[in-house]
Design a protein around this ligand. Structure first.
Ligand code: ADP
Ligand code: MG
Length: 622
């Protein structure tokens, strides 16, 4: 060791990660070749981008390429690139820490995921450490494109690494791997050649293996569809998505007017965001005349399409456009609009060709479309068509579209009805759907909280209003079933009026109004919203987020209670309140709380349980 050598400890998370990589992932060792090639390609891409605008670059004469050399005798695998390189501080930071939050949950989930599918490691940016899958010692010699001094980083993947000065390097990075005893075949040409063919065929820089170019650099998306095989498409997907299965959907299209666009987009099978890995980075790269301008572009598609992988290439964009300039570029906005509309239309077509497949897509990625519908007006029409909801007339687990609903509407019906709840069973047992069932009017079940926000944003569909069934002013259309309104067992009008007044008095702290329900069939009571804009579910979500932000409970508006004079309990209360006012009042409060629960709203559970026991004690004869 020279005096310039410094030893560093790996960050704790990095050590854990190395442990996973070395001890759990060794069965899929080929992956390390792909990871290092992909890092080399990234470094070359970054260099190319910087050199477009930089006044001067170090070693400008070096060709942009990746070189792999093998030494079967010494069991060495060496990969070098002429990319952007790293200075001392970058070596220390980039190869000593994990860029991600590095939280424990991330790591344990990674360990789980990696057991199932080793391709995930590439997607989470822990790529470099895969070198230790095959290497017992790894050295990284690097010199930055600014021409600063070169350094060598070295480690055996245990607790620490060293960095020392390393004079005489060219621009870029060279990684020298001393192969483990059971990994010697990674110094064999046939082996490396086959790994490159499988994973790295589309790397846009020449890869030379012992001096011989082994990949064909090609822009598959500019080729004619008929010239591309399914295999080539899938290989390209694997390349661009860093592994994974075959894609769920593929859309390849080109346009000449109004803009020259070639786009190749893939929907993967898996949604990594629901694995709990945090927000996904966008996965579509923007090219101009086959040159990469913006990798994982944040501008070229709306954020809610971040689950897409692929390429958008346009000949109309200026080659030297900077990433900042992409943000408000009118042309970029136009491309964004054209491609987004095209993709949404494609989904709609897929939905009618193969519904089952589309439902699979929707259950995995529907959340993103919902995010789009609530965050942007521009594509609402298209997005509305793509939504799917469970429905009273649909089969469980087979959500329907708004178009399906329209086709089954009653002649004089001018609204599309929906109600939110935690499950199909909970909604069907609740009070809100009673009248709909009785009248044979279809009602959508929105099982996720975001659904109410979506429908609220959409407002209407094909001229029909979207209406939540927990609205106070709900006007359910008449139907044939109406005529037979049984008058018999109802509480009489005078008693009903008195009971309503008493309810209101008893619950004056809790409710705004008490009314006789025109909608309830069997249930004693229900909560309805006077604010036509907000549903109970939306209110619950907003209240929770207020609380999370430390803003307190906030004043959620008081609601109306509707009571059902045909219900036995309600009828009994009418006489009970004269015999035992106290018990009757407790029961009224319990009815209110029950209705709140059925509306999905928050109540005070402790007070409720206590009261409930009091009532039960009376029922038991106390
Ligand atoms: P990722 O590629 O997802 O960022 P990696 O673990 O593969 O994660 O690499 C970590 C970081 O190390 C990279 O982001 C990059 O900054 C740096 N790096 C790795 N390989 C190279 C290379 N060949 N040239 C320059 N920088 C590199
Ligand atoms: Mg990488």
């Amino acid at each position: 060791m020279t005096s310039q050598t410094t030893t560093y400890e790996f960050q704790a998370e990095t050590r854990k990660l190395l442990d996973i990589v070395i001890n759990s992932l060794y069965t899929e060792r080929d992956v390390f070749v792909r990871e290092l090639i992909s890092n080399a390609a990234d470094a070359l891409e970054k260099f190319r981008h910087e050199s477009l605008t930089a006044a001067e670059v170090f070693d400008a004469h070096m060709p942009l390429e990746i070189n792999i050399t093998l030494d079967a005798k010494e069991h060495l695998f060496t990969i070098s690139d002429t990319g952007i390189g790293m200075g001392r501080a970058e070596l220390e930071h980039n190869l000593g820490t994990i860029a991600h939050s590095g939280s424990n949950t991330f790591l344990s989930q990674l360990a789980e995921a990696a057991k199932k599918d080793v391709n995930l490691i590439g997607q989470f940016g822990v790529g470099f450490y895969s070198a230790f899958m095959a290497g017992k010692k790894v050295r990284v010699q690097s010199r930055s494109w600014d021409g600063g001094e070169g350094h060598e980083w070295a480690s055996d993947g245990a607790g620490s690494f060293t960095i020392s000065e390393c004079p005489g390097l060219h621009r870029g990075t060279k990684i020298i791997i001393e192969l483990k005893d059971d990994a010697h075949d990674y110094a064999e040409k046939w082996k490396i050649e086959s790994v490159i063919k499988e994973y790295s065929a589309f790397v846009p820089f020449p890869i030379k293996l012992d001096g011989e170019t082994v990949n064909t650099v090609q822009a598959i998306w500019t080729k004619n569809k008929s010239e591309i095989t399914d295999q080539e498409y899938n290989d390209f997907f694997k390349f661009i998505a860093s592994g994974g299965d075959e894609p769920l959907y593929r859309l390849h299209f080109s346009a000449d007017a109004p803009l020259a666009i070639n786009a190749l987009l893939f929907v993967p099978k898996e949604n990594l965001e629901i694995f709990g890995f945090g927000r996904m980075e966008p996965g579509v790269n923007l090219y101009c005349q086959r040159v990469l301008i913006d990798q994982h572009s944040k501008n070229i598609l709306p954020e809610w399409l971040r689950f897409l992988k692929g390429v958008i290439d346009s000949d109309d964009l200026p080659l030297n456009i900077s990433r900042q300039a992409l943000q408000d570029n009118a042309l970029v906005n136009k491309i964004r609009k054209v491609v987004t509309k095209r993709f949404l239309k494609f989904l709609d077509e897929e939905a009618s060709h193969n519904e089952e497949n589309y439902l699979k897509f929707f259950s995995t990625f529907g959340y993103f479309l919902k995010e789009g519908a609530t965050s942007e007006y521009e594509f609402q029409k298209e997005l509305a068509k793509l939504m799917r909801f469970e429905s009273s007339k649909g089969e469980a687990g087979k959500p329907i579209s708004l178009t399906d609903y329209l086709g089954r509407m009653q002649p004089d019906q001018d609204s599309i009805y929906y109600i939110n709840g935690p499950s199909r069973a909970a909604i069907e047992a609740g009070p809100y759907v009673e009248m709909f069932k009785k009248k044979g009017i279809e009602i959508l079940y929105t099982l996720e909280a975001i659904d109410d926000f979506v429908l609220n944003h959409l407002r209407e569909f094909e001229g029909k209003k979207l209406v939540s069934a927990d609205r106070a002013d709900l006007d359910i259309p008449k139907s044939e079933a109406d005529g037979s309104e049984e008058q018999a067992d109802k509480l009489n009008e005078v008693d009903t009026e008195a009971l309503v007044a008493w309810f209101k008095e008893t619950l004056q702290e809790q409710v705004a109004e008490v009314k006789v329900s025109k909608r309830l069939v069997d249930a004693p009571a229900m909560i309805v919203n006077t604010d036509g804009y907000m549903t109970s579910t939306m209110e619950r979500v907003l209240a929770a987020s207020r609380q999370e932000k430390g803003l307190g409970l906030g004043g959620s508006g008081k609601k109306n209670l509707e009571i059902n004079p045909k219900n036995t309990l309600i009828k009994q209360l009418s006489s009970l309140r004269q015999k035992d006012a106290e018990l009757a009042a407790e029961i009224a409060r319990q009815i209110h709380d029950n209705a709140m629960i059925q509306a999905g709203l928050v109540i005070d559970p402790l007070a409720m349980v206590e009261r409930n026991y009091k009532i039960l004690a009376r029922a038991a004869g106390a």
